[in-house]
Design a protein around this ligand. Structure first.
Ligand SMILES: [Zn+2]
Length: 115
């Protein structure tokens, strides 16, 4: 499962930040997951709960924010956020659009437990 490797690198990143900040623990990990990233939020959560054991993030809560598809239209120049997964501009109906958001997954913020 592809979420397992994502979580392993996510936890690596979290541990690195925690160490740099001399944290005792991690309270919250916030990630943003794009609808087109191919990451399933519930699988990500499951993988996180499995792999956090034995790491500095073992008591951490994972918060997943889903980022919707964002498009920029080459015809009318407007940007939009969409519920549906298609490339149609909701303003002018053009298909001449570029995806500008919703494709990636990234670590958005971390709440660390410090002294
Ligand atoms: Zn348009």
């Amino acid at each position: 499962m592809h979420e397992f490797s994502i979580v392993q690198s996510l936890l690596g990143l979290v541990e690195e930040h925690a160490r740099e900040n001399r944290a005792k623990g991690v309270i919250r990990v916030v990630v943003r997951v794009g609808v087109l990233s191919g990451v399933e939020p519930h699988l990500l959560e499951m993988a996180f709960d499995t792999f956090k054991e034995g790491t500095i993030a073992r008591n951490a809560e994972l918060v997943i924010e889903v980022e919707r598809l964002r498009l920029r239209c080459e015809d009318c120049g407007r940007e939009s956020e969409k519920e549906e997964l298609n490339a149609l501009c909701p303003h002018c109906g053009s298909l001449n659009t570029q995806v500008i958001g919703g494709e990636d997954m990234f670590l958005k913020s971390l709440e660390l437990e410090c002294d």
